[in-house]
Design a protein around this ligand. Structure first.
Ligand SMILES: Nc1ncnc2c1ncn2[C@@H]1O[C@H](COP(=O)(O)OP(=O)(O)OP(=O)(O)O)[C@@H](O)[C@H]1O
Ligand SMILES: [Mg+2]
Length: 429
């Protein structure tokens, strides 16, 4: 007899948990956020230090509760996001928070434990086993050993979070198994799953016939992946739009020479959660010296304000908002204001597409490489299923429309397809 199964997609930006029933029905775990319920759980962690009976105690919140707590706090603690993107790093074992080292595995496990708790309470079952997704190529992976290293760390995080048994599956294969549940006949599918950290592809034969006869190894023709997606697009918007308004590319006068304002400051800005790394006494002092010599000091003053007031998260929200608007409009307003700092700009979709041109080219190359490696012509692919939040970007979709024709493209369940399919694999194999 078949049993229920749990699928977990621990995403770079959003995570989700699905329960599949023996008959194939799938239910998503939902989480409270801002007065409503959501089935995607932000993969972030927020930590605060409190004094309890004279001793320092560190408390943590994950997901939507973490965002709410962070936004409410006057004295901000540490907000940590995109942890999945660091799993390949051999040098980054963890991070120091309030004077104590926390391993990456431990931090990830805190998010997973909360996810597990929410799902258990909602589904009324104890969850010890799960089918868990992993990208084809983790962010930063240069060789297969890096992927194994990252998967091992993820496995350890699940163990620490209280899971007895996890089996890994490639995220795009999860998305394929979800799409399969909508099919009436077998098809050769190309999946493109575009998330926050990675873009993942698989060429796979799925359908009711395949499921009935039992899957064969050769049904999975091949897969490919890139360690770039929505986070990289955000970094490009910051680079081209935000950093110049905060002094990037401007000059300062040192004695009798004109010098550029140091660029490394702005590299930190591009990964918004690194902004807090600039908030040290020495760095702030150095930026104040830059401000005193700057030809456009008001821009450096705005930068100092952002660092001092911990506005990285809010700035990133503005960047994501303009990116989302550009998915449905050919022009959008970027808006950010706090105190004396006010950044407004109109952005054209065509400009955004130029900024991410190199990334689009790499995506195109990766898809062509996958087809070429398996000697599959675009005409042989029956359907292209695009999923993940970054698949909303029109320029990303266009790559597939040009290769395969618009009629073959299907989209949907952007934030839940992977977890749904993973859960289905747990039931049907
Ligand atoms: N309408 C939209 N237009 C453009 N980008 C969007 C839109 N909605 C969400 N995104 C982007 O999608 C990304 C998140 O997608 P998703 O939740 O699928 O990723 P993830 O599963 O967490 O990451 P990964 O699969 O890489 O681990 C973010 O970069 C977000 O900014
Ligand atoms: Mg994903």
């Amino acid at each position: 007899m078949r049993h229920n199964a749990i699928g977990i997609d621990f995403g770079t930006s959003n995570s989700s948990v699905a329960l599949a029933l023996p008959g194939g029905e799938v239910r998503m775990a939902v989480f409270p956020f801002a007065g409503t319920m959501t089935d995607s759980y932000r993969s972030l962690l927020y930590l605060e230090q409190e004094k309890v009976h004279g001793r320092n105690v560190v408390k943590s919140w994950s997901g939507p509760a973490g965002i709410e707590r962070y936004l409410d706090a006057d004295d901000k603690g540490r907000l940590i996001q995109s942890l999945k993107s660091f799993l390949t790093s051999r040098t980054l074992k963890g991070t120091e928070i309030f004077g104590r080292m926390h391993t990456l595995e431990e931090l990830v496990s805190r998010i997973l434990r909360d996810l597990k708790g929410h799902a258990e309470a909602q589904f009324g079952v104890s969850i010890g086993e799960a089918v868990v997704g992993r990208p084809v190529e983790f962010v930063g992976a240069e060789k297969e050993a890096d992927n194994r290293h990252a998967e091992g760390r993820l496995r350890e995080a699940f163990r620490v979070a209280g899971f007895d048994k996890v089996s890994f599956q490639l995220e795009p294969v999860g998305a394929a198994y979800h799409y399969e549940s909508t099919l009436e006949r077998d098809e050769l599918l190309l999946i493109g799953d575009f998330g926050g950290g990675t873009s993942d592809f698989t060429l796979i034969r799925v359908g009711p016939g395949v499921r009935k006869r039992g899957r064969k190894k050769q049904d999975l023709l091949g897969h490919a992946g890139l360690g770039l997606a929505g986070d990289t697009f955000d970094a490009k918007i910051i680079h081209h739009l935000v950093s110049p308004a905060l002094g990037a590319g401007t000059q300062l006068r040192s004695v009798d020479k004109l010098l550029p304002v140091p660029v490394w400051i702005y590299a930190k800005l591009e990964r918004w959660h690194h902004l807090s790394f600039l908030k040290t006494k020495d760095t702030m002092e150095m930026i104040r010296v830059v401000q005193a010599q700057a030809l456009e000091p008001e821009k450096i003053a705005a930068l100092l304000h952002l660092i001092r007031e911990d506005l990285g998260y809010r700035l990133h929200q503005s960047v994501q908002a303009v990116k989302r608007d550009l998915s449905s409009h050919t022009e959008a307003m970027f808006r950010f204001s706090d105190g004396d700092v006010s950044l407004d700009a109109t952005v054209k979709r065509s400009d955004f597409e130029l900024w991410i041109g190199e990334e689009l080219e790499r995506i195109r190359g990766c898809v062509d490489g996958l087809l070429g490696a398996h000697k599959v012509e675009p005409g042989q692919v029956d359907r292209v299923f695009l999923t993940g939040g970054t698949s909303f970007v029109p320029a990303v979709r266009r790559i597939f429309e040009e290769r395969f024709g618009a009629a073959k493209i299907q989209t949907g369940d952007e934030f839940t397809s992977v977890a749904r399919g993973l859960a289905l694999q747990g039931v049907f194999g």
